[in-house]
Design a protein. Structure first.
Length: 388
């Protein structure tokens, strides 16, 4: 699937617009977020999740004041970069930029379309990736209590249950953002003579606000079916039920993490042309395998990255490859040295062999220099992977 197939027209607000405008557009368009711009340049994103902690006045608060910076992608970004952007942030929308100008947006739901046919979810069951147990909430609890529960558990949806523990509905950060926060406006008269509209709405029970038509899935259902159900119903999560009792929640983020588990997010290959796309993809896989091997001994963070620079010189119908690798680990930068036999290295006609030589040398430098994982932890990880 091409990137243009999942890019939507952006929902834009200016940084000087009141927050009420952004919330109104989200509600009208059934959108989870709006992109804040200055002119046409990207400033940040306002979405239902960032609004979960908002307690101000929607009319006097400007969009630019509460917009949060999120990862962005370009019109040429690969699927892995898009999925990584959602994993590395809580954002519900990724802005698509051309330079600093916003040209489109990608939602979590549309990003799921990239993964329907992914081998990573083929054959998997919902029970393998779901969050269990789910965070539940009584139907007679108040909206203020529900909001506090979401904040305290760092979740964006609660499964509402009846007195017998059966699923009665779902209340999400989107419900709060579009149905509750618009009332967060105080006038002098309200503050002086009667409860504010905010206080009134927060006293209501969640049963008045929740979504009663819940999209569900069984724990033994295929993950692919669950993904297709999320896409077709434009939802970011499904309640996992056994009988009529909730046993978990499977979300878009669970799917993203499943598809990228074990893959380093920051691997970049430079120096190859558009006609060498297949070679570039295979070198990325080579680098991914290297990072997997390295992380067994060295603690890697999401900010660590491997850059591979490929220099090719054509001789007749063949190419000679020279590789320079650069790795950032724990805030330190390492570059590979040339192997002892420089002439042999430069005479290598096989790009993969040249890459392996460069990465092997880089690994020796890093493992010798960087603080390694504790032996006990490495042993525990190896036992978990072996199924002991």
């Amino acid at each position: 699937m091409e990137l243009k197939e999942i890019v939507e027209a952006p929902l834009l607000v200016q940084e000087d617009d009141p927050l009420s405008k952004a919330i109104g557009l989200m509600r009208e368009n059934r959108a989870y977020g709006a992109i804040v711009v200055s002119g046409g340049d990207f400033v940040g994103v306002i979405d239902d999740r960032s609004l979960l902690r908002f307690d101000g006045d929607v009319e006097s608060t400007k969009c630019g004041k509460i917009a949060k910076k999120t990862p962005t992608v370009s019109e040429a970004s690969p699927p892995e970069e898009i999925i990584a952007g959602f994993i590395n942030s809580e954002g519900t929308v990724l802005p698509v930029l051309r330079g600093e100008r916003v040209t489109g947006s990608i939602t979590r739901r549309n990003a799921l379309k990239l993964l329907v046919d992914s081998p990573a979810i083929s054959g998997k069951r919902v029970s393998e990736v779901m969050r269990s147990p789910p965070v539940t909430f009584p139907g007679d609890g108040t909206i203020a209590q529900a909001r506090s529960t979401m904040r305290g558990n760092r979740v964006y949806r609660l499964v509402v249950v009846d007195s017998r523990g059966r699923v009665a509905g779902v209340i999400s950060s989107y419900d709060l953002a579009t149905k509750v926060i618009p009332y967060y406006k105080r006038t002098h008269r309200e503050m002086s003579f009667r409860p504010t509209s905010e206080e009134n709405v927060n006293r209501e029970t969640v049963s008045e606000l929740m979504t009663a038509d819940v999209f569900k899935v069984g724990p033994e259902s295929s993950l692919r079916d669950a993904v297709e159900k999320m896409i077709s119903n434009n939802v970011r999560a499904l309640v996992v039920v056994k009988g009529d009792k909730p046993v978990g929640v499977v979300s878009a983020k669970n799917v993203f993490e499943t598809c990228l588990v074990g893959k380093p997010l920051n691997v970049f290959v430079h120096g190859l042309g558009e006609d060498e796309k297949m070679l570039k993809e295979s070198l990325v896989e080579e680098c991914s395998a290297f990072m997997e091997r390295l992380r067994k001994f060295v603690r890697l963070t999401p900010d660590d990255a491997l850059d591979l620079h490929v220099k090719a010189s054509r001789e007749g119908y063949k190419k000679r490859f020279e590789i320079h690798s650069r790795l950032t680990v724990q805030g330190r930068v390492f570059a590979s040295r040339q192997p002892p036999n420089i002439d042999e290295h430069r005479g290598n006609w096989d790009a993969h062999m040249a890459v392996r030589e460069s990465l092997d040398e880089l690994e020796k430098i890093v493992v010798k220099t960087v603080k390694r994982k504790p032996v006990r932890k490495r042993f525990q990880e190896s036992r978990i992977k072996s199924g002991e």
